[in-house]
Design a protein around this ligand. Structure first.
Ligand SMILES: [Zn+2]
Ligand SMILES: [Zn+2]
Length: 375
C-alpha cells in the first residue's frame, strides 16, 4: 500500500490530505515530515507511529491524522520502503532483519491487524464505511470499545433481569424484593454517563500495546500453551490483588470514598441492587478499578486477545455479582458476598475469588439461612 505522494520541500506529502481542514493538513504535513524518508516512502500515515523517535509526536499523529485508507493510495505496485517489505496490501518487516527486531516489528503489525479487524467487525457492521473509516485511529478504537461495552452492558443486564425477575419469578428473588424500575433506570443513567470515560482506558491500553510498550504477545504459539497458562494465572493473581487493594483504598481513603466510590454505594439494600448496578460508578472509580488489568500488561507477558476478552468479561461479571443471588461456588466471590459488601462496607472487597479477602482478613461469608436466594 503505497501512497501516491509528492516531494515538497524535502518531505513526502500525501496527496490525499487535500480533503481535510487546514489544521489537519498542517498537522499531517508537519508531524509527518519530521520522520518520513524523502523518497519511496510508504504512506506517512502508516509509518510515523512506528518510525518516529518521539512517542509524543506519534501519539499526536494518531489523534490528529486519520489512518491510511486504500482509497487514498495508489494501488500500483511500488518499491518497498527502507525497513519494510510490501506483502499484499500491507507493509511487513523484512525477513532478513535480525530476528529480534523483525519479531518486534511483526508483533506490532499483528496487534494493529487484530485491532483493525475488531474495528471492521463492530464499526463496519453498524456504520457505513464513510462514517468511521476517515476517523483518526484512536477515535475508531474508542468508538468500537464504546459500542461493544454498551452492547455487553445492556445485553447482560436485560437478559439476566429477564431470567431472574421474570422467568424465575419468586424462585431466586421474592416478588416484593425485585428492584423498582426507577432504581434500575437510575443505575443505567449513572453507568451510561460513565461509559464514554471507561472506554478511554482500553483505548489507551491498545495504543500502548500496538506501539510495543507492553509485554503483550499476539499468538499463543509465540510462547506455547504451558507458558500461556502460567502467564495467564500470574495475570489473574495480579488483577485480583490490584483490584482488591484499589477497592479497599477507595473505602479507606475518605476523600476517595466521598467523591468517587460513594456513587456506587448508594445502592445499599438488597432491593435496590440489580444487574444494572454493575457499571454504575463514578467514571474515575470505574477506571481506577480496571487499572490493574492494564498494569499487568507491563509486568507479565500477556496474550493480547485474552486481555481484551478479560476486560469485557468484567462488564458481564459485575452484572452478575449485583443480582443478590448467592451462587455457592467456592472460591468464587459471587453476588452473595458482594451484597454483604454493599451492606457492611467493610468486607468482601475482592473480585473473582474470595482469596484476597481471606488472606487480608476482610472475608465475611453469606449466612446460610436456607432462603430461596441460592442457585
Ligand atoms: Zn465498595
Ligand atoms: Zn458493587
Amino acid at each position: 500500500m503505497i501512497c501516491a505522494g509528492s516531494d515538497r520541500g524535502g518531505s513526502v506529502e500525501c496527496t490525499h490530505s487535500g480533503k481535510r481542514s487546514f489544521w489537519k493538513r498542517w498537522a499531517h504535513s508537519n508531524l509527518s515530515s519530521t520522520s518520513v524518508p524523502k523518497s519511496d516512502s510508504p504512506c506517512p500515515c502508516l509509518s510515523v507511529s512506528s518510525s518516529s523517535s518521539s512517542p509524543v509526536i506519534a501519539f499526536l499523529h494518531q489523534i490528529i491524522v486519520p489512518p491510511p485508507s486504500l482509497a487514498h493510495c495508489d494501488p500500483r505496485p511500488a518499491p518497498a520502503a527502507p525497513g519494510l517489505e510490501i506483502s499484499g496490501d500491507v507493509a511487513r518487516p523484512p525477513t532478513d532483519r535480525p530476528t529480534e527486531l523483525a519479531g518486534a516489528m511483526d508483533a506490532g503489525y499483528l496487534f494493529t491487524e487484530e485491532t483493525s479487524l475488531y474495528n471492521r467487525i463492530v464499526l463496519g457492521s453498524l456504520l457505513p464505511a464513510s462514517a468511521w473509516e476517515p476517523m483518526p485511529r484512536l477515535l475508531q478504537t474508542w468508538l468500537r470499545n464504546y459500542i461493544g461495552g454498551t452492547l455487553i452492558y445492556f445485553l447482560s443486564g436485560f437478559l439476566w433481569c429477564f431470567y431472574i425477575y421474570y422467568l424465575k419469578r419468586n424462585v431466586y428473588v421474592p416478588k416484593d424484593e425485585i428492584p423498582t424500575r426507577k432504581a434500575m433506570l437510575l443505575q443505567i443513567y449513572v453507568a451510561m454517563k460513565a461509559m464514554p470515560w471507561y472506554c478511554a482506558l482500553p483505548t489507551l491500553s491498545e495504543y500502548m500495546v500496538e506501539n510495543g510498550w507492553t509485554k503483550c504477545f499476539s499468538r499463543i504459539s509465540d510462547v506455547g500453551w504451558l507458558a500461556y497458562l502460567v502467564y495467564l494465572s500470574i495475570y489473574l493473581v495480579m488483577a485480583e490483588f490490584g483490584i482488591y487493594w484499589m477497592h479497599r483504598e477507595l473505602h479507606d481513603i475518605k476523600p476517595l470514598y466521598k467523591h468517587l466510590h460513594a456513587t456506587h454505594h448508594i445502592y445499599n439494600k438488597q432491593n435496590t441492587l440489580s444487574p444494572f448496578a454493575g457499571l454504575a460508578f463514578h467514571p474515575l472509580d470505574g477506571i481506577l478499578q480496571a487499572v490493574p488489568h492494564v498494569m499487568a500488561l507491563f509486568l507479565v507477558p500477556t496474550h493480547f486477545t485474552t486481555h481484551i476478552a478479560l476486560l469485557f468479561l468484567e462488564a458481564i461479571w459485575t452484572a452478575n455479582i449485583h443480582d443478590c443471588i448467592h451462587g455457592k461456588l467456592w472460591p468464587v466471590m459471587g453476588a452473595g458476598y458482594h451484597t454483604i459488601h454493599h451492606t457492611t462496607y467493610r468486607h468482601n472487597y475482592g473480585h473473582y475469588t474470595i482469596w484476597m479477602d481471606w488472606m487480608f482478613g476482610t472475608l465475611q461469608d453469606p449466612i446460610d439461612d436456607g432462603s430461596k436466594k441460592e442457585m
